[in-house]
Ligand binder design. Structure first.
Ligand code: ZN
Length: 294
């Protein structure tokens, strides 16, 4: 999809459904394009790949069903490589050809999760300016800003950063189904970013996802620690969006007969981002995700 203004300006890419079960981005992109067509693109271009993983999408699975590969671990791709690497190569090359100023990659998280903007780990000194630009854009997204601490090489956004293209991941709540509320958050966030880039008219009301006072305007590190030490059924004691304190019990793991196996205690102050999709805990498996408040 593409819309071009007659006036030169930034080139922004919107991408969706790199994980086949993460469907909200497809609809958010459709809505953004409808709204741009109704309004007016003041300058620059907006391009989109609404559905990057159609094979996964058709079977509601994260990976490319045929080859079981994670497309988001196959970048920048290889035109002679595996199925995922070939798809990644086509996506990456097409985007790079347009000399992009920004890529917003739309994802979904666990079924019970709040939306947030996710910035990759810092790719190093050679990409410092790109990383800073990405951070500035993330602040304009209106979402809670979460910093990835792990270096997730071969992901789409990290590969873009490494090639000096600002790229931000936006997690729009639950996967599998289109939640209209999350579509709306996504559209308003993207419009806020386009307005910041002076590509569309400034909005009357800037979007900001409602957050508790203690995390507002902060960038928090991502954590899925502590993991469970036992197997059993998970009972959550804190909801996504709740602010939690170091040492607070946030989940309990029981065996089939109701005997307590483990209590998950927060390692630091933070906000709950989401609950694991699994009702079963396994030793070493994550139970919840947090944004950590220093
Ligand atoms: Zn994803």
């Amino acid at each position: 999809m593409s819309i071009q203004s007659i006036n030169p300006g930034p080139v922004v890419w919107l991408t969706g459904c790199i994980h086949g079960d993460e469907v909200t981005g497809i609809v958010a992109i459709q809505e953004v394009f409808k709204r741009i067509q109704k309004q007016h693109l003041l300058r620059g271009s907006v391009y989109a790949f609404p559905l990057m993983n159609p094979i996964g999408f058709e079977t509601a699975s994260r990976n490319i069903t045929l080859s079981r590969e994670d497309l988001n671990r196959s970048f920048p791709g290889d035109k002679n490589g595996s199925l995922a690497e070939r798809i990644a190569d086509r996506i990456f090359a097409t985007i790079k050809e347009t000399n992009p100023s920004l890529v917003l990659d739309l994802h979904n998280d666990w079924m019970k999760s709040i939306p947030y903007a996710l910035i990759d780990a810092n790719p190093g000194a050679a990409c410092r300016k790109t990383y800073e630009k990405t951070k500035a854009i993330a602040e304009k997204s209106g979402f809670l800003v979460i910093l990835e601490t792990e270096e997730l090489v071969k992901t789409f956004s990290y590969s873009l950063l490494q090639q000096n293209v600002p790229a931000l991941t936006i997690e729009l709540g639950e996967s599998y189904v289109v939640n209209e509320k999350n579509v709306e958050y996504g559209v308003r966030s993207i419009f806020g970013i386009l307005a910041f880039l002076e590509m569309v008219e400034k909005m009357d009301e800037t979007f900001s996802f409602q957050l508790p006072e203690s995390v507002r305007g902060k960038a928090l590190e991502f954590s899925s620690q502590p993991v469970s030490s036992a197997s059993g059924i998970i009972r959550f004691l804190a909801k996504p969006g709740d602010v939690v304190k170091k040492g607070q019990a946030v989940a309990k793991i029981y065996n089939t007969f109701g005997k307590l196996q483990d209590t998950i205690l927060c390692l630091s102050n933070g906000i709950v981002l989401g609950h694991s999709d699994s009702s079963v805990a396994f030793p070493g498996a994550p139970v919840m995700a947090f944004g950590v408040i220093e």
